[in-house]
Design a protein around this ligand. Structure first.
Ligand code: ACO
Length: 385
């Protein structure tokens, strides 16, 4: 727990807002001690086994599992919302080849907001319809970024494909087999929401000033980009690339521990037990890497996990969601720089759900700082400084 200090007798100071309660929510619950994750009452293991990303997104947005007709209607809306204006594609054409894909995604969503004449409508109905539109369109934007980075043209969405299969199709230009689409779908389910993490909180802070939904989501993307948050999945892959082979893991980890290097994909502000998402992704990683001839990635990761848990497990440092996801995406042939945009393509559902929930009974976020500066400085004219 971070250092706590009294603040003018009314509140406590917690660096990084650690442990601070900022709102009430029925969206989801993270039990960091037991390693449990719940969306709207449903355990993540159940959702990963039985649900789909579309259904989970509906659950997060509307607070209940849909009936068959509600789900059909929701999926239809997503299909109808996949196309993005040509101005967005033009902007991506300029930036996507060289910018970090998360910077391109942020730009794409920002242009999308600038093009939407309804962006300033503050009704909950409008926030909800923009949320649904962004769930659809962020996949299209991420697909287009992937293509531009390879010097190729974007692939038009295929209305016959479900959300995740279509997302993979727009990235790769090839329709995925059912198992590949299912594994990616599970990964999107697992990344969709996670309490008051930095990017969700960023979105909510922006929304709380009654800015607009696009600005809120753009802030979420900006925050997720960082290497201490969503960007860790990329760093894990760089780390595994640097290690190179399973026989080099032990020496690399020993050195990292001796030099107090931060091990990407390990540790979590809330989980002090094994992250349940890493349990599920670890199992898929083993199967998928083997099926795609990249078992070396899983073997390195697993060896690393065992070493790190032996050293740090009793301090509550275990693999987090970012540790195994990259091994799966790599086995699918996806470029490392695109891992965090994939995270965002999923997390949009949580951002949108939590923003809508918050603005429904909005209160501007406005914390304070403990002032540690001088109180009685005298202004010194320029000539005398
Ligand atoms: N490797 C090595 N040591 C670690 C790690 C790690 N990954 N994580 C925490 N520790 C150690 C710290 O060095 C610190 O040790 P000390 O008390 O001796 O100084 C102690 O554990 C507490 O660490 P903090 O960084 O203060 O804990 P915090 O709650 O801020 O940690 C965080 C959370 C930022 C995620 C951290 O674990 C980390 O940087 N992990 C690596 C990056 C990462 O994987 N991020 C993804 C998180 S999941 C997500 O955002 C989707």
């Amino acid at each position: 727990m971070a250092e706590q200090k009294q603040f003018v007798g009314q509140a406590e100071f917690a660096k990084g807002l650690e442990g601070v309660i900022a709102c009430e929510s029925t969206m989801g619950y993270v039990d960091g001690k037991e390693g449990k994750l719940i969306y709207r009452g449903y355990d993540i293991f159940e959702l990963a086994e039985h649900s789909t990303f579309e259904e989970t997104s509906y659950l997060l947005l509307f607070g209940k599992l849909p009936s068959q007709s509600e789900l059909d209607d929701f999926k239809q809306k997503l299909v109808q919302q996949r196309a993005v204006p040509k101005e967005v594609i033009n902007a991506l054409k300029i930036v996507a080849k060289t910018a970090h894909p998360m910077a391109s995604l942020r730009t794409g969503v920002s242009v999308l907001g600038a093009m939407d004449k309804n962006a300033e409508d503050e009704s909950i109905e409008n926030y909800t319809s923009i949320g649904i539109s962004l769930i659809a369109k962020m996949a299209t934007i991420a697909g287009a970024i992937t293509r531009f980075r390879k010097g190729k043209k974007p692939v038009d969405p295929d209305p016959k494909l479900d959300h995740t299969a279509n997302f993979l199709y727009m990235m790769n230009g090839q329709k995925p087999d059912d198992y590949t689409a299912r594994v990616m779908d599970v990964s999107l389910i697992l990344h969709a929401d996670h309490g008051m993490n930095a990017s969700t909180f960023s979105s909510m802070v922006v929304a709380s000033s009654m800015s607009d939904m696009y600005s809120a989501i753009t802030a979420g993307i900006a925050s997720l980009k960082g290497s201490l948050h969503g960007g860790a999945n990329e760093q894990v892959m760089h780390m595994l690339d640097e290690i190179g082979s399973v026989d080099k893991v032990d020496a690399w980890v020993d050195d990292a521990i001796a030099t107090k290097k931060k091990l990407m994909g390990f540790g979590h502000r809330v989980y002090k037990a094994y992250d349940p998402r890493a349990t599920i992704l670890g199992e898929y990683s083993q199967k998928i890497t083997e099926a795609h001839g990249r078992k070396d990635l899983y073997d390195m990761a697993k060896r690393m996990e065992d070493k790190v848990i032996a050293a740090y497990g009793e301090r509550g440092i275990f693999p987090n969601v970012d540790f195994y996801s990259g091994t799966i995406y790599s086995a699918f042939g996806i470029e490392t720089a695109l891992f965090t945009p994939i995270f965002a393509v999923s997390r949009i559902s949580g951002w949108a759900g939590r923003v809508i929930e918050y603005v429904t009974e909005n209160r501007l976020f406005r914390p304070r700082a403990v002032y540690t500066g001088e109180m009685e400085a005298k202004y010194v004219p320029m000539a005398q400084r």
